[in-house]
Ligand binder design. Structure first.
Ligand code: PRP
Length: 213
């Protein structure tokens, strides 16, 4: 009998395309699309189970093996640094992790007093450590762009996708740190114990991604 494959999917901007790719693999995702408050959903065949969680929680569920497979942004993976296999660049949800602020911000003026608002505190620390610059990191959980606008921070470190949020708030990219996109991650034990189910699925997803390029 086939072992059940458990997926952890990220709520928000990755959700629609994550479901899309699973459907292209022939997985019936109707249970996800039906409006419901259910937290754990199963397909009709009972072969697949899905949970939708905050993006930053996806690598945690996968690392602990309560989900076998996850779909999450590279930005989140860099921030969470979890012990999972990152197997496929899914190519969607492309964005850039950037420092952003007002156009006339001169980072070299700040010496040790730069305040950085971000959802990515670890990435920010590593980045400024590598430059030998002491900064005050102000962790936020959303609407990061507010930081410089209300005077909470001098700059932000955040993802920029279309650039509209920055533009509509008179902010701009000051430095690009890294390009990101959605990734398929797999629990290290599941890849061995459920190899018969997971490996063909991974191959299929790779083929779909290739055919889309
Ligand atoms: C993300 C990010 C930016 C915005 C960038 O926020 O934190 O605010 O998207 O996208 P854009 O370049 O296309 O404008 P998200 O929408 O995930 O919500 P949040 O502010 O609650 O984190």
């Amino acid at each position: 009998m086939q072992e059940k494959i458990k997926f952890a999917l990220a709520k928000g901007r990755l959700a629609e395309k994550s479901v899309d790719i699973l459907e292209k693999c022939g997985i019936d995702c109707r249970c996800i699309l039906e409006p419901s408050r259910k937290l754990v959903m199963s397909d009709v065949s009972g072969k697949y189970e899905f949970i939708f969680v905050k993006p930053s929680d996806v690598p945690i569920y996968v690392e602990h093996g309560v989900a076998d497979i996850g779909v999450v942004g590279k930005d989140t993976l860099l921030e969470e640094d979890r012990d999972v296999y990152e197997l496929i660049d899914l190519g969607f949800a492309k964005c850039r992790l950037c420092l952003a602020g007002y156009k006339d911000t001169d980072l070299s003026n700040y010496k040790n007093s730069l305040k950085v608002a971000t959802k990515y505190a670890h990435i920010a620390k590593d980045y400024f450590d590598s430059k030998g610059q002491n900064v005050e990191i102000i962790p936020l959980h959303g609407s990061i762009e507010l930081g410089p606008i209300v005077g909470l921070s001098d700059i932000i470190l955040d993802i920029v996708e279309s650039g509209k949020t920055l533009q509509e708030n008179d902010l701009c990219v000051l430095e690009e740190i890294v390009n990101c996109s959605a990734r398929l991650i797999v629990n290290k034990v599941s890849l061995k114990t459920k190899a018969e189910e997971i490996k063909p699925l991974v191959t299929k997803i790779e083929q779909i991604i290739k055919s889309q390029q």
